[in-house]
Design a protein around this ligand. Structure first.
Ligand SMILES: N[C@@H](CCC(=O)N[C@@H](CS)C(=O)NCC(=O)O)C(=O)O
Length: 227
């Protein structure tokens, strides 16, 4: 059985978790407490960079969410999450990259900064730029690849639906709003939904945890140099 080392709110682990659910693969979910468990020797043996998600499939171990997603679809091709048509595949990959590289950093800033901070405003402008682009791509069908749910939904679909909770309405993006509702109605999206308590705990922890992780890494580097 697959083993997924993850944390329920993790922006990188959630797409992997969703892909496993959408593909209906049996999985053992192993929570990692990002308060420090990722620096324990047992976890560093799985991922020396101390990040979740990590997937273990028998004697094969893979980390880095994009690599895991590609492995899952290639190894378990039923209910494929990648289209075969080259142009549609390019669109899916483009949405995946825009979601991770352009949208995710701004979503984090919307959480970390208060609304009256100019960094919040800058982040919200970047988010709107991404939403405008996604809206145009959804003009042709229910999903980014037309009729097929793909990695585009798996990645963008973990971020766009949380925006209304962060003060960014989807009102002016009707295709995206309908797409988001369609995804949230699926059993897999419902299975990964955070409770209101988990969501507020996440918003609180994301403001402090990256600083703690940075400090732990600096300490580890220093002791490696000395040792
Ligand atoms: N590039 C990695 C990033 C993974 C990542 O940053 N995961 C975060 C959780 S969302 C983590 O494990 N942070 C713990 C740490 O950095 O110590 C991926 O795509 O899997």
């Amino acid at each position: 059985m697959l083993k997924l080392y993850y944390a329920r709110p993790s922006a990188y682990a959630r797409p992997v978790w969703l892909a496993i659910l959408e593909k209906q693969l049996p999985v053992e979910l192993i929570p990692v407490n990002l308060g420090g468990e990722q620096f324990e020797p047992e976890f560093l043996a799985l991922n020396p960079f101390a990040h979740i998600p990590v997937l273990v499939d028998g004697d094969f171990r893979v980390f880095e969410s994009r690599a895991i997603l590609d492995y899952l679809d290639a190894q378990y091709p039923d209910r494929s999450l990648l289209p075969s048509d080259p142009k549609t595949l390019a669109i899916v990959r483009m949405v995946q990259s825009v979601a991770f590289s352009e949208l995710l950093p701004s979503v984090i800033r919307l959480i970390v900064f208060d609304r009256d901070n100019s960094d919040w405003t800058t982040a919200s402008q970047q988010v709107l730029k991404v939403l405008t682009f996604f809206e145009s791509l959804l003009a042709e069908g229910p999903f980014f690849a037309g009729e097929q749910l793909t990695m585009a939904e798996i990645v963008a679909g973990t971020l766009v639906p949380v925006l209304p909770n962060l003060g960014i309405s989807l009102r002016d993006y009707p295709n995206l709003k309908a797409w988001s509702s369609r995804l949230l109605a699926r059993p897999s999206w419902q299975a990964i939904a955070l409770t209101p308590d988990e969501w507020s705990d996440f918003k609180r922890r994301i403001k402090v945890l990256p600083k703690v992780w940075e400090r732990r890494r600096r300490e580890a580097d220093r002791s490696n140099l000395q040792g």
